[in-house]
Every structure is written in structure tokens, then in C-alpha cells.
Ligand binder design. Structure first.
Ligand code: F6R
Length: 592
């Protein structure tokens, strides 16, 4: 959730601040930086509540520095205020730390090791920095970090400065991502590849339970036993132009507009003419599985509902779908010979990582992510890339569609209709182009929705699954309370809260449920609901709010998905919301 970055090299403060802007989508309650001040020969710490831009205004620009570490926060322990924001400093002021992750046993550590300390913040992080200091009276810095690691329970990626040394950043990692890049200008350590763009061309990703330091350009990485680890560098595959907004005002809109490219990209990556191209062992594993467990969170879970339908309908598989955060704590019986399909655009969602760690070795794990490099990918037996390009808006859009399309490719890979899919996907990419042309109609619907504080999306079958995602998207970015119901369920209770002008939006892309869903909408209209229909052109009525290009039924969630994303976007815009960084959210949920 939080983002951390450190840099040793020229203009370190500028590099860290640029990096913080790029990391901001991971958390944006507050931000802070610690940097070496060559005038005072000491470290300055600046913190600010709010955005990185707010922090920038507070920084002393009168000197240049060679070393800085920074943090952008999504608060977990301790409310959002300057005191709780990072960096944190130890009691005797020797160590400064930034931390991403959660220390579960921090209260016990306070009691067992740090009884005499008066903690100034409510964070778990302050415990780490003091634990390191506690050991430093007896051990070297590296050994103090190592000893602390054997005590800390939970997740962490930490960067630590020893204030006696202005040329070294120490680090340690367990379960939270930490990447390192070194080039002829300097060394950068960060939780996210994005902050490497424009800084260095190669990076590598640290394994769990490793620690070490960067001193100038010297890099030492050790495992917890003290064995040295050689870095395995990879080429950075992201360019500056991949991560800016281009002509769009918001990343969310830009990313929705990228959907047709995302679909075409998946076609080019996973087809050779009409044949699906996937690793043979992967296909065999899915084919032979006695049951498929789809596991995900949030929007990825909502894509998983559609994936379940695909695997059941086309793959003829028994499928069960689970929230990662639930499955980890459940005693769910897992059928022998099952496989796990983990959907996660970020590849870093801790709830999913916990599930993988629980079942790894017992069942084959297949992950579907949008990251060339991620913890979930590394932990899986097979990994599938969505190639959707970076998604920077906090609300997922294009990756939701990519997950749906990829799951259809997987389901078709084990059925005998495989040859039809390429054409169907080509058609759906064209259909999405046409939906995007209808953005002004989505905007007009949004202007109406923006007048309400709560509303309903309804649909049946696949339309209901999209209704769930439509509701989540709208809630996330516009803060309107939206609930999704199978249209036949409205009358079984929720209709009680419908009153004058409650918007009810019916999604209808299946001719078989067209008439009955309209009957259900009529029931709401009779109670004075303000009704909207989004339907397929083939059976649209004259007064439907929006009609969508016809596509083969099983791909209707793609066109419908894009339409409801546009409606969510324009509703948030109408309400002047902070669309790319909605309140209380963060892109990458690395806490359980
Ligand atoms: C919603 C959204 C979240 C994520 C969820 C899982 O727009 O982005 O609901 O879908 O936090 O994240 P991933 O897919 O990265 O595992």
C-alpha cells in the first residue's frame, strides 16, 4: 500500500521526490523524505499530510544531497497525521527508516525489548527502527537488522539510514516488494518499478528474507543466514511515455480508452492465426485438474465471476470462486487434484499471497497478473501476463477487461471450440471502439446519477456480474453508494428502499432475459424509481438510455464493462472527485 524509495547519487532529493510522485498511487494519505544535508552534516526529515505535491513545498531547496529516502503512506497503524508519517527516527536518533508493510507483533516487541522507550507515534514502524537501534549497541548495523528480522512478524520492505554514515542505505525485505537498480549515476531502491523509469534501465527484485546495503555503487545482498546473494538483473520494460496521461485529464479515462489495444495485444500474444498459444504444461494442468479454485479480491474477483462462468460453460470444469481474504481463514475442503487460478492485476495483493503460501506445494498455482515482475508471479507454478500496460488510476478498468478476456482464452484452450475465439475477440475490440464513441451518452447518464447519493444496478446472469463491478467502480470513484442485485431479487427486499428518483440501472445484453429484466425494472418504476436501461442494439427499446454494439453473448461483459466504467468516470467527474486517487484507497493492497 505504501511506497518507499531511496537513492544514493547526484541530486538524490529530486530523484526521490520524482519517484514519490510515481509511487503516489500506492498510498496518498501523507508523504515524507529524509535527506542528507551537507551544510549541517546531518539528516533533515520533512513530512507532510496529503499529497507528494504538498511535501514538495516544504522541502529545503538550499542544498543538493547525495542520499535520500522517501515514503508515501496509506495509514494502517495510527491516524493520518505528520507524527505518524514516515520517515521515523529512533530514540537516540541514530537510525531513520521508511517501511512498507505491517508488523503484527509490534506490541509484544515493545513490551519484550523496548520497555524503556517512549514512542512518539502510533505506528508499528517506529518499533522496527528502535529494535535495530537496540541491537546496534552490541552488533554491527547489518547484524542489528538481521537480528531484528528474526523477531519481526508480518510483512516489510524497509530502507534504513545510519545517521553516522551519509553514503549507505540499508534494506531488508519480507513479503512486501523491494526492487534495486544500479547504474553509472547512482543506486535506487523502491517498492515499484515505476520509480525506476528515467533513473536506470536495469533492476532486480529482492527475494523474501533478504537484507543488505547499498554503499555508493557497492551492493551487498545477504540471506538471513548471511550467505551472499548475486543479483539477477532484468531489463526495465517501461518507458516514460507508457506512464504519462497523454492527452487525457485522468489516468482512469486514458486506461478505459486503451481497452481495444489491450484486447488486440492479448490476441497478438496468445494466438498464432486461429490457434491459441499457451504453455503446453499449463494447458495440461488445467485440463487434468479435478476442480478449479478461482481466488481474487475486488475488481479481480468480479472478473473471476465471469471467469467461473467461462470455465464451467466452455471448459466443463467444476469451479469455485473465493475472495482471497476469506479463503485464507476458511477451512474450505479443497478437492484433491485441484488447481488455483489467482487473478491479481498488481501481483502484490497480500490476501492472495497468503492464500498461495497456504496452498503452495499442495496444489498447482496459476497466476494471472498484469506485472512483468511480482510476488504472486514468483510464487506461482505458472504465470500468465495480461500485457495490459501499466494501470496507474487506482480504480481498475482495462485490467478488468484483460482478466475477462484472458480467462476466456484459458477456458477455450481446453475446449473444442478454440478456433472461433480469435474472430470473436477481434470483433469485440471493434465493438469497444464503438462504445467509446458513445462516451457522451455515458456522460449524460452520469450527470443524472451524480444527483443521487445511492442507487441500484440490476441484471441477470453475466449482466448481473457486470452490475457488481459497475457498482464497485461507481462507489470507488464517485462515492455514491451503489448496490448490485440480480434483477429478480429487487422485489425480495431491496425494493423497500426505493423511493422518488432512486436511480435503478438495468443492464440487459442477453435476449433471453431482456423481457423479464424489463418487468423487474417496471416494478421499481412503479415505486417512482428513476430507471435507465443499458441494452444491446439487437433488442434495444427506443427510450433505452444507451444501446451497445452486438457481440457474441459471452463477450458482452467486455462492452458492458467499458460502458459502466465510463459512467463511473463521468459521475465522479461531475462530482469533482479526485478520480485517479479516490479517498481511502490505494492501488496495491499489501495489507491483509
Ligand atoms: C478496484 C480495485 C481493487 C482491486 C483489488 C485487488 O478498482 O482495483 O478492488 O481489484 O484490490 O487487486 P489486485 O487485482 O491487484 O489483486
Amino acid at each position: 500500500m505504501c511506497g518507499i524509495i531511496g537513492y544514493i547519487g547526484p541530486k538524490a532529493s529530486d530523484v526521490v521526490m520524482d519517484g514519490l510522485y510515481k509511487l503516489e498511487y500506492r498510498g496518498y494519505d501523507s508523504a515524507g523524505i529524509a535527506e542528507y544535508n551537507p551544510n549541517t552534516l546531518s539528516f533533515d526529515i520533512f513530512k507532510e499530510i496529503g499529497r507528494v505535491e504538498d511535501l514538495r513545498k516544504t522541502i529545503d531547496k538550499s542544498y543538493e544531497t547525495n542520499l535520500a529516502i522517501g515514503h508515501t503512506r496509506w495509514a494502517t497503524h495510527g491516524e493520518v497525521n505528520k507524527i505518524n508519517s514516515h520517515p521515523h527516527i529512533s530514540k537516540d536518533k541514530r537510525f531513520i527508516i521508511v517501511h512498507n508493510g505491517i508488523i503484527e507483533n509490534y506490541k509484544r516487541i515493545k513490551y519484550e525489548y523496548l520497555k524503556d522507550y517512549n514512542f512518539y507515534s502510533k505506528t508499528d514502524t517506529e518499533v522496527i527502527v528502535n529494535l535495530i537501534e537496540h541491537f546496534s549497541y552490541e552488533y554491527s548495523v547489518l547484524d542489528s537488522i538481521r537480528k531484528s528480522m528474526t523477531i519481526l512478524e508480518g510483512t516489510y520492505a524497509i530502507l534504513v539510514i545510519d545517521t553516522k554514515d551519509n553514503n549507505t542505505i540499508y534494506f531488508a525485505k519480507k513479503q512486501s516488494p523491494l526492487l534495486i537498480g544500479i547504474d553509472n549515476k547512482g543506486s535506487v531502491l523502491s517498492s515499484d518499478l515505476l520509480s525506476f523509469v528515467g533513473v536506470c534501465d536495469e533492476y532486480f527484485s529482492l527475494e523474501d528474507n533478504t537484507l543488505g546495503y547499498v554503499r555508493g555503487k557497492e551492493l551487498v545482498i545477504l540471506d538471513i543466514l548471511g550467505n551472499e546473494i548475486k543479483p539477477n538483473y532484468l531489463k526495465l520494460g517501461i518507458k516514460e511515455e507508457d506512464i504519462n496521461k497523454g492527452a487525457f485529464n485522468h489516468y482512469m479515462l486514458k486506461e478505459i480508452y486503451e481497452t481495444p489495444f489491450v484486447i488486440r495485444n492479448l490476441i497478438s500474444k496468445y494466438f498464432d492465426n486461429d490457434d491459441i498459444v499457451l504453455n503446453d504444461d499449463l494447458v495440461k494442468t488445467i485440463k487434468e485438474a479435478s476442480k478449479v479454485y478461482i481466488v481474487a479480491s475486488g475488481t479481480s474477483y468480479n472478473a473471476g465471476m465471469i471467469a467461473k462462468y467461462y470455465f464451467e460453460s466452455f471448459g466443463h470444469k467444476e469451479v469455485s470462486l473465493h475472495y482471497a481474504s476469506e479463503l485464507f481463514y476458511d477451512n474450505t475442503y479443497i478437492k484433491p487434484g485441484s488447481i488455483f487460478l489467482m487473478f491479481s492485476q498488481s501481483g502484490e495483493t497480500l490476501d492472495s499471497i497468503n492464500v498461495i503460501n497456504k496452498y503452495k506445494g499442495l496444489f498447482k498455482i496459476i497466476s494471472i497478473t498484469n506485472q512483468e515482475e511480482s510476488s504472486i508471479k514468483r510464487l506461482s507454478d505458472f504465470s500468465i501476463n495480461l500485457y495490459a500496460g501499466r494501470e496507474i488510476a487506482v480504480a481498475s478498468t482495462k485490467t478488468y477487461v484483460a482478466e475477462i478476456v484472458m480467462s476466456l482464452i484459458l477456458a477455450f484452450s481446453i475446449c473444442d471450440k478454440k478456433n472461433e475465439l480469435r474472430q470473436e475477440l477481434t470483433n469485440v475490440a471493434l465493438a469497444v471502439d464503438k462504445v467509446l464513441i458513445k462516451a457522451p451518452i455515458c456522460n449524460a447518464i452520469a450527470k443524472e446519477l451524480a444527483k443521487s447519493s445511492y442507487l441500484f444496478y440490476i441484471g441477470r446472469g453475466l449482466d448481473y456480474y457486470v452490475a457488481i463491478e459497475a457498482s464497485l467502480k461507481l462507489k470507488e470513484v464517485s462515492y455514491i453508494v451503489s448496490q448490485a442485485y440480480p434483477s429478480g431479487e429487487l422485489k425480495h427486499g431491496p425494493i423497500a428502499v426505493i423511493d422518488d428518483n432512486t436511480p435503478v440501472i438495468a443492464l440487459i445484453t442477453n435476449e433471453a432475459t431482456n423481457a423479464i429484466t424489463r418487468v423487474n425494472l417496471k416494478e421499481a418504476k412503479t415505486r417512482n424509481a428513476k430507471c435507465f436501461v443499458i441494452s444491446s442494439e439487437a433488442f434495444a427499446h427506443d427510450n433505452d438510455a444507451l444501446s451497445l454494439p452486438n457481440v457474441v453473448q459471452h463477450l458482452s461483459p467486455v462492452v458492458l464493462g467499458v460502458a459502466v466504467q465510463l459512467i463511473a468516470y463521468f459521475t465522479a467527474k461531475e462530482k469533482n472527485c479526485d478520480i485517479d486517487k479516490p479517498k481511502n484507497l490505494a492501488k496495491c493492497v499489501t495489507v491483509a
